[in-house]
Ligand binder design. Structure first.
Ligand code: S3P
Length: 190
């Protein structure tokens, strides 16, 4: 244990990763409230810094422009202080350098929501530029398949809370995060 008063070297934020529609923006604020952390959403920060919406960024700068802005926001958060729950955009893991940065930022929780539930949620909202394709159902399947290994590589904890209410899920995630911060690991003979 660190001497009292000495700053901790362990990253103390919670970072939510996962595919579009997996529940990051719904669970994030609830989890932040339970942990008494600040809630931050990388998509919102990108929009604020750019002064335009996500579809407008994609239209003017392409996906590459959006990714640059998203990575810059991640750097900004790494330089920040205070404890946060950070909800990230679903594609943040597609920039390889972002994965170690996410890990440095905090305890990374992958909301591994089943594909059917994801589709059910994202098909209600037309705001996501990457899903404006001829066959968005197929796009979800392909993107999810490509990204699963990236989410897995970044995650400290994987969670499927699709059968729980948001409050139940946030309660469970808060406990997982606390165990992580306490240095929890499975006992070798446990
Ligand atoms: C994206 C996910 C979106 C947003 C952008 C790109 C992606 O965020 O960052 O449209 O590549 O999966 P959500 O995961 O919050 O929908």
């Amino acid at each position: 244990m660190q001497a009292p008063g000495k700053p901790s070297t362990v990253p103390l934020n919670v970072v939510l990763i996962g595919f579009m529609g997996c529940g990051k923006s719904t669970l994030g604020p609830r989890l932040a409230e339970k942990l008494r952390f600040r809630f931050v959403d990388t998509d919102n920060l990108v929009v604020r810094r750019a002064g335009r919406s996500i579809p407008a960024i994609f239209a003017a700068e392409g996906e590459a422009g959006f990714r640059k802005r998203e990575s810059a926001v991640l750097d900004e958060l790494l330089a920040g202080k205070g404890r946060m729950v950070v909800a990230t955009g679903g594609g943040i893991v597609t920039v390889p350098e972002n994965i170690p940065k996410l890990k440095r930022l905090g305890c990374v929780i992958w909301l591994d929501t089943p594909e059917a539930a994801i589709w059910e949620r994202v098909s209600r909202n037309q705001e996501r530029p990457l899903l404006r394709t001829e066959n968005p159902r197929e796009t979800v399947r392909t993107l999810l398949e490509a990204r699963r290994p990236l989410y897995r590589a970044a995650a400290d904890i994987e969670s499927d809370s699709s059968d729980l209410t948001p409050d139940e899920a946030a309660y469970g995630l808060a406990e997982c995060a606390r165990m992580h911060f306490a240095g929890w690991r499975p006992a070798e003979n446990g």
